[in-house]
Design a protein around this ligand. Structure first.
Ligand code: FMN
Length: 290
C-alpha cells in the first residue's frame, strides 16, 4: 500500500486495523525523526496499528522497535519473515530467514525481551523452498508470539498459482500453538469463508484482493457496501479529492497512476483512460470517473 491508499481507506473507514508495510532495518537504525515521519503517513486515526519490521539483526530491530514504542506509542509489532523480493532475500532478510529458524527465534526473542508488554506476531511464508520446512519453523516461535500470519506459498513460489494452499494452511493451523491468520489469494468474501472453514484459521488477511476491491474487508464485516466496480470508482474519486486537498502530501502523477494501477489493474480500460489524460488535473480526472 502507499500512503494515499491508506489515507483514503481511513477516510472511508474501510480497514479494521492498519498493518503497515515493512520498515526495513538494515545496517543502521533510522533516525527517530525519520521513523516518526514514516509512521505518520500510514497511521489511521482511531484504528489499531501494527507496525511491521523487517531485518536480520536482533539488536537493530529491537532498537527500532524501542523508538516506535517510546516516541510513537506503538504497542503492536509484526516481524516480516516472508518477503520474497530478490534484493531482500539476497541481503539475508525477509523470506531468507525461513532457512534459519534459530535466527528467527533470536530476533523474535530480542523484541520480546526489549518490550515485554507488546503484542508480537510474525508474518511467514510456508517455507523457503518446501512447505515441509514449517515443521522446523513453527516451533522456533514457541512462547514468544501472540499469533502468526501465514501466506500459503513458499518463497520460491513467488506469486505462482498453487493447488494445495489451503491444505498447507490446515497443517499449519493443526501444528501451531497460537492463532493462525491465513493469507493467499483472497479476492471475495466467499474465498475468505472457504479458507476459514477449510483450514480452521483464526482470521484472514488479504493484500492484492484489497487493492482491487478496497471495500473487501468492509464487505467481510457484513456492512452494506457498493458493488466492486462502484466501490473502485468511489475509492478513486475520494483519493483524488484527498490528493487535491492535501496536494503537498499526495498530489503527483506517479502516485496517482500507481494508485489507479492498484485499484483498476494495469489492463483495465479505466486505467488506460486515466493515464491518457494529458492535463492531469482533478477536474479532468473527475470527468472520467463516474
Ligand atoms: C506490492 C506488494 C507489497 C507487499 N508488501 C508487503 C509488506 O510490506 N509486508 C508483508 O507482510 N507482505 C507484503 N506483501 C505480501 C502480502 O501481504 C501477501 O502476503 C501476498 O500478497 C499474498 O496475499 P494476497 O494473495 O492477498 O495478495 C506485499 C505484496 C504485494 C503484492
Amino acid at each position: 500500500m502507499n500512503p494515499l491508499f491508506c489515507r483514503t481507506a481511513g477516510a472511508l473507514d474501510l480497514l479494521p486495523v492498519m498493518v503497515t508495510p515493512f520498515l526495513r532495518i538494515s545496517a543502521d537504525v533510522p533516525r527517530r525523526g525519520k521513523i516518526r515521519k514514516w509512521l505518520e503517513s500510514l497511521r489511521i486515526p482511531g484504528k489499531p496499528l501494527v507496525v511491521q519490521l523487517m531485518g536480520d539483526d536482533p539488536v537493530n530491530l529491537s532498537a527500532a522497535a524501542e523508538i516506535l514504542y517510546t516516541d510513537c506509542g506503538v504497542r503492536e509489532f509484526n516481524l516480516n519473515f516472508a518477503c520474497p523480493s530478490g534484493q531482500v532475500v539476497r541481503s539475508g532478510a525477509g523470506g531468507a530467514l525461513l532457512k534459519d529458524p534459530e535466527q528467527m527465534r533470536r530476533i523474535t526473542a530480542a523484541l520480546r525481551e526489549a518490550l515485554s508488554d507488546i503484542s508480537l506476531s510474525v508474518k511467514l511464508r510456508c517455507g523457503f523452498a518446501n512447505p515441509v520446512e514449517m515443521d522446523g519453523i513453527i516451533p522456533a516461535f514457541e512462547g514468544l508470539i501472540d499469533y502468526m500470519a501465514v501466506h500459503y506459498r513458499t518463497v520460491g513460489e513467488g506469486y505462482r498459482r498453487i493447488g494445495d494452499g489451503l491444505e498447507r494452511l490446515k497443517r499449519v493451523v493443526a501444528f501451531a500453538s497460537v492463532p493462525v491468520v491465513g493469507n493467499g489469494d483472497i479476492a471475495t468474501p466467499e474465498d475468505a469463508a472457504a479458507m476459514m472453514e477449510f483450514t480452521g484459521c483464526a482470521g484472514i488477511m488479504c493484500a492484492r484482493g484489497l487493492l482491487r476491491d478496497p471495500y473487501l474487508l468492509k464487505r467481510l464485516s457484513g456492512a452494506e457496501c457498493p458493488d466492486v466496480e462502484a466501490g473502485r470508482e468511489a475509492f478513486f474519486r475520494r483519493a483524488l479529492e484527498i490528493a487535491a486537498a492535501e496536494k503537498e502530501e499526495y498530489w503527483s502523477r506517479p502516485r496517482l497512476v500507481e494508485l489507479a494501477r492498484f485499484v483498476y489493474g494495469a489492463e483495465s480500460v479505466r486505467f488506460r483512460e486515466l493515464i491518457a489524460v494529458k492535463d492531469f488535473t482533478l477536474e479532468n480526472l473527475l470527468k472520467i470517473i463516474d
